[in-house]
Design a protein around this ligand. Structure first.
Ligand SMILES: NC(=O)c1ccc[n+]([C@@H]2O[C@H](COP(=O)([O-])OP(=O)(O)OC[C@H]3O[C@@H](n4cnc5c(N)ncnc54)[C@H](OP(=O)(O)O)[C@@H]3O)[C@@H](O)[C@H]2O)c1
Length: 346
């Protein structure tokens, strides 16, 4: 793992995880523990529905509390993993009370004055904003976070002119309920029982759905446009040409992405491999002859983003590259990235 570990720090902080029962929130608690984040006190918050329930965590069995802004304001760090509406209602208020608020929703990602951070790529943006008093930070869309870990270093080395991204996104991208729907519907289908869907628009077992989030006027979905907008902001290339097709597939966890790049400088697969081998947060898995390439089952539970199938692109020739990327979207695409941001403040 290439990111800094927090254990060396002398500070010890009160940390609130809001949305602690969810797919992202549960991972946040694990990541705080696994990275030895200096936690003086950990508060687990969720909705009224969860208040008083006990959740097993690596810190022991902890009792969940209903979110209460007045209480969470007393924490040093608030990791929000709830929703955009929730973040709009509470994030600024918590941040103005002094807590470092890291929000996983899309509520603030496109605000010019709110940093959108992937530490391997733009930690300097966080540091400048934090030094100037910013306390509300946006965590990126999961697909984008995974992509930029590979695209950032390639852009530095060769310059990216255009990127075309096709995604294969796991059901847990839609939260804990998405995973539960995959499991239950698959069982029902195999048992010959009726298959009903509520999280996804169509049945997900033995299917794939080329729609994630709502369609926009330009025919792209919002998820697809997030990849364009957020890649530009994180990589600080406002006019970067990025087109994405986002597809939900029946896996539990870890998103995969086929990425085609046209570069400004000439590029070879070997040169790209060398750049990626040195890149923070990347693990090159690229031995196709022996069946070694990124796959969601292997990327699951890993901090690093796997990159492989690196080859010259037949359309763009010596200015083109194809890659296949897999990353755990609950980790690098959410919980890990959020904790890494908090580590930048230590
Ligand atoms: N899943 C991903 O791969 C992923 C990746 C990147 C970003 N995100 C973003 O991260 C956020 C959380 O996603 P998720 O997938 O973890 O969702 P999830 O599994 O559905 O969890 C949602 C969490 O929010 C809590 N919650 C709901 N209403 C609340 C309220 N009024 N007050 C306090 N807590 C409340 C829920 O608590 P109860 O159990 O009490 O209902 C639960 O803990 C979303 O904004 C999502 O877009 C998700």
């Amino acid at each position: 793992m290439s990111s800094n570990n927090a254990s060396a720090s002398s500070k010890s902080l009160r940390v609130a995880v809001v949305g602690a029962t969810g797919a992202v929130g549960r991972e946040m608690v694990k990541v705080l523990h696994d990275r030895n984040f200096p936690v003086a006190e950990l508060g687990l918050f969720a909705s009224e529905r969860s208040a008083g329930k006990v959740q097993e965590t690596p810190y022991g069995a902890l009792t969940l509390k209903a979110f209460d802004a007045a209480v969470v304001k007393g924490y040093d760090v608030a990791l929000l993993a709830v929703s955009g509406d929730f973040a709009k209602a509470h994030a600024k208020d918590l941040a103005s009370a002094g807590a470092l608020v890291i929000d996983n929703s899309s509520a603030f990602r496109y605000d010019a004055d709110i940093p959108l951070i992937v530490p391997e790529i733009n930690a300097h943006v966080f540091r400048e904003a934090y030094a100037a008093g910013s306390r509300l930070i946006a965590n990126p869309n999961c697909t984008t976070a995974i992509a930029v870990v590979a695209l950032g270093p390639l852009h530095k080395a060769f310059g990216i002119k255009r990127a075309i991204v096709s995604t294969y996104q796991a059901t847990s991208g839609a939260g804990a309920e998405g995973m539960a729907e995959l499991e239950e519907q698959t069982r029902n289908q195999l048992d010959g029982k009726p298959v009903t869907n509520s999280v996804f628009r169509h049945p997900i077992p033995f299917n794939l759905i080329p729609q994630i989030d709502a369609f926009q006027e330009n025919g792209y979905t919002k998820e697809e446009m997030k990849v364009t907008w957020e890649t530009r902001k994180i990589m600080e290339v406002p006019d970067l040409l990025v087109s994405c097709t986002a597809v939900r597939i029946p896996t539990y966890r870890a998103h995969s992405e086929a990425i085609t790049l046209e570069t400004i400088q000439p590029v070879t697969p070997d040169a790209a491999r060398a750049v990626l081998a040195d890149a923070a947060g990347v693990k090159v898995v690229d031995d196709p002859a022996n069946g070694a390439y990124p796959m969601p089952l292997n990327a699951t539970g890993q901090y690093d983003v796997e990159v492989g199938r690196i080859r010259s692109n037949l359309v763009f020739g010596d200015h083109g590259l194809d890659l296949f990327v897999c990353g755990d979207q609950l980790l690098k695409g959410a919980a890990l990235n959020a904790v890494q941001i908090a580590e930048l403040a230590l």
